[in-house]
Design a protein around this ligand. Structure first.
Ligand code: TYD
Length: 135
């Protein structure tokens, strides 16, 4: 049996009468030590992003506002998920081609990563990615 490409984790919620507070914590929903955080926002209508894979990077994507659809491809199978809640995070490990589509105008996609930015870790060509996962 093959494991799903889409791996969602639950971020604990501490909402109360004042509003919401969501947590991603090492040992809880977060399986790695965070060394970098970035966020994608203000995405223009009709724009898609991503179109790359990583050789080693682990990431947790949390859509803290709005919504976005993320598709994952491992060289054979493709799965897609809509993120529209800060109560869930999408874990993306190495060797997964990712594309981000259908950003809502208010989307803020926060990404927690286990390494600093390193362009050498990127595979930005889809055919090269397919060769990479093939062996
Ligand atoms: P890019 O990889 O094109 O973003 P996406 O995968 O969402 O389409 O990144 C856009 C620019 O930002 C590019 O010049 C690299 C730079 N960047 C950093 O400097 N640090 C980072 O942590 C990230 C993710 C990107």
């Amino acid at each position: 049996m093959t494991s799903p490409l889409v791996q969602l984790v639950d971020n604990p919620q501490h909402g109360d009468a004042r509003g919401q507070l969501s947590v991603a914590e090492l040992g809880g929903a977060l399986p790695f030590v965070v060394r970098r955080v970035y966020w994608i926002h203000g995405t223009k209508p009709g724009i898609s992003r991503g179109f790359h894979a990583h050789k080693k990077l682990h990431q947790l994507c949390v859509c803290v506002a709005g919504s976005v659809r993320i598709s994952l491809f491992d060289g054979r199978r493709e799965e897609s998920v809509v993120l529209d809640s800060s109560a869930q995070g999408l874990l993306i490990g190495p060797a997964l081609w990712r594309e981000m589509h259908d950003f809502s105008p208010d989307c803020v996609l926060m990404v927690l990563a286990d390494t600093e930015y390193d362009e050498a870790d990127y595979i930005r060509d889809r055919d090269q990615f397919i060769r990479h996962v093939a062996g």
